[in-house]
Design a binder for this molecule. Structure first.
Ligand SMILES: [Zn+2]
Length: 475
């Protein structure tokens, strides 16, 4: 399959792609507030001939860029949200640009731009060889907090898509089949009655008692749910001062399980425990929806295609300055961090002892176990065959969501991993568009993995747009 034009486009335009990723890195806008980052990418795509549908799924920072005609339709997923409190200069030791400001501590500036570059590169190849099909870049906001893709799925942005491809910046070049945990969040807000805690406590109905009793109930529940499930909570409102019986109190729960039907059952039991706590304390319960996402449905034929094309594109070509940067950064890691991370990778079959940057490509991992985290890619993978991979954009052993990730996402290590990812995505997009048999195999694997279970959005019908986690709390 000739793909020279696609690869040439990425090589010739690497300077513009790097400049765009650095612009998004500097903007460092948090989830649902990535308006300038979305605008910069949408206008880049518009200049390249894509038509733009802005503000989709009731989110100003969400957009869909489309080029081509008819089927097959391949969607490339992009993200561009930053994380609060992770500002950092592109240097190998901790040094924020601005203390407490947001930073790209998950590398999403690279994530979006690689997908964008791949979409335009695939277009260049399709134009030259008159290949029929449609390429879409999905501008997906708020992966880290609200789960923008879940809303885009619900509102039909992925309707008609044959295959979705994505990637995530990583410390290693690898394609894995692992699933993730489905996650349902909920805030349990109890309304009681305030009273003087010493003077007339008999008139009070403590909302905090309800929060505490609910936690006790859930902690007993743990023994009677599946081993792989996870439940964690924080108290977001525990009252004001001890001499006032708390009239309002609230906890925020994350409930996770490997599959949607398991999650649904455990979530329902947690809600019943909250109802029980409200009954015991004579308080009223309100259940508030902050977000949810499904588990990832793995797709082996697509993962094999990604791995094939990763071998074709080769690993990122780091130079001596990159290795020196990485060596210095490892010297600034907290004690034991590098060693424990290298040990974990060795257990997963990738032995990189003594290395600072990953310079080869890991063998394709066919392990389908759910990784103990969650992503909104999960919802996309329930409605269309989806696959993902990682390229080395971070120093080996770097800690997720830390200054170490922000630093390398804004300099040449991240840039090189991003350009490789763009090539892998472009090559795989073209393969999917040109190979009907691959699409058929991906589709039958998709049906088999779902095992007859129907996908249903976890967003309650009355929730139109994602709640903004950075809005000032009203309670
Ligand atoms: Zn991320």
């Amino acid at each position: 399959m000739p793909v020279e034009t696609a690869l040439k486009w990425i090589n010739c335009n690497s300077g513009d792609l790097i400049a765009l990723s650095d612009e998004v890195w500097r903007l460092a806008e948090v989830g649902l507030h990535e308006l300038k980052s979305a605008e910069a990418q949408a206008s880049f795509l518009a200049r390249a001939g894509f038509s733009i549908e802005a503000g989709v799924a009731h989110m100003p920072a969400a957009f869909v860029a489309t080029w081509g005609c008819g089927s097959p339709v391949v969607a490339l997923l992009g993200e561009y949200d930053a994380l609060p409190g992770t500002s950092q200069k592109p240097v190998p030791h901790a040094e924020p640009f601005e203390e407490g400001a947001p930073g790209h501590a998950c590398g999403h500036n690279l994530l979006g731009v690689a997908a964008l570059g791949a979409a335009i590169a695939a277009k260049a190849e399709m134009e030259r060889r008159l290949i029929k099909g449609t390429v879409k870049y999905m501008g997906c906001p708020a992966e880290e907090n609200a789960g923008g893709k879940v809303y885009m799925v619900r509102d039909g942005c992925f309707d008609g898509v044959d295959v979705a491809l994505t990637w995530h910046p990583s410390s290693v070049n690898s394609v894995r089949l692992n699933s993730s945990l489905a996650n349902h969040q909920a805030k349990f807000r109890f309304h009681g009655r305030t009273a003087h805690a010493a003077g007339n406590p008999e008139m009070g109905r403590s909302a905090l008692d309800a929060v505490e009793l609910m936690n006790v109930g859930v902690n007993y529940l743990r023994e009677h749910i599946i081993q792989e499930a996870r439940i964690h909570y924080v108290t977001t409102n525990g009252g004001g001062e001890p001499n006032v019986v708390p009239g309002v109190a609230e906890s925020w729960y994350y409930i996770r399980a490997p599959r949607l039907n398991q999650l649904k059952e455990i979530y329902a039991r947690v809600v019943r425990i909250a109802e029980g706590a409200s009954l015991m304390t004579d308080t009223k319960l309100a259940v508030i929806f902050p977000g949810a996402c499904a588990n990832v449905v793995p797709n082996q034929p697509l993962a094999e295609a990604l791995h094939r094309n990763m071998l074709r594109a080769g690993p990122p070509e780091f130079d001596p300055a990159d290795f020196e940067f990485a060596r210095q950064m490892v010297g600034h890691f907290p004690e034991g961090q590098y060693e424990s991370s290298i040990r974990r990778m060795a257990q997963a079959g990738i032995d990189l002892t003594g290395e600072y940057l990953h310079r080869s490509i890991a063998p394709l991992s066919l392990d389908r176990t759910a990784m103990p985290g969650s992503t909104d890619v999960g919802d996309v993978s329930w409605i269309t065959p989806t696959a993902q991979f990682g390229t080395a954009c971070f120093v080996l052993g770097a800690s997720g969501h830390s200054w170490q990730i922000t630093a390398s996402s804004g300099m040449s290590i991240g840039h090189k991993g991003m350009l490789q990812a763009a090539k892998v995505l472009a090559l795989t997009t073209l393969e999917v568009i040109e190979d009907a048999d691959l699409r058929r195999r991906a589709q039958s694997e998709f049906e088999r993995e779902k095992g007859g279970e129907a996908y249903e959005s976890m967003i309650p019908p009355h929730v139109i747009e994602p709640p903004d986690p950075f809005a000032v709390s009203k309670h």
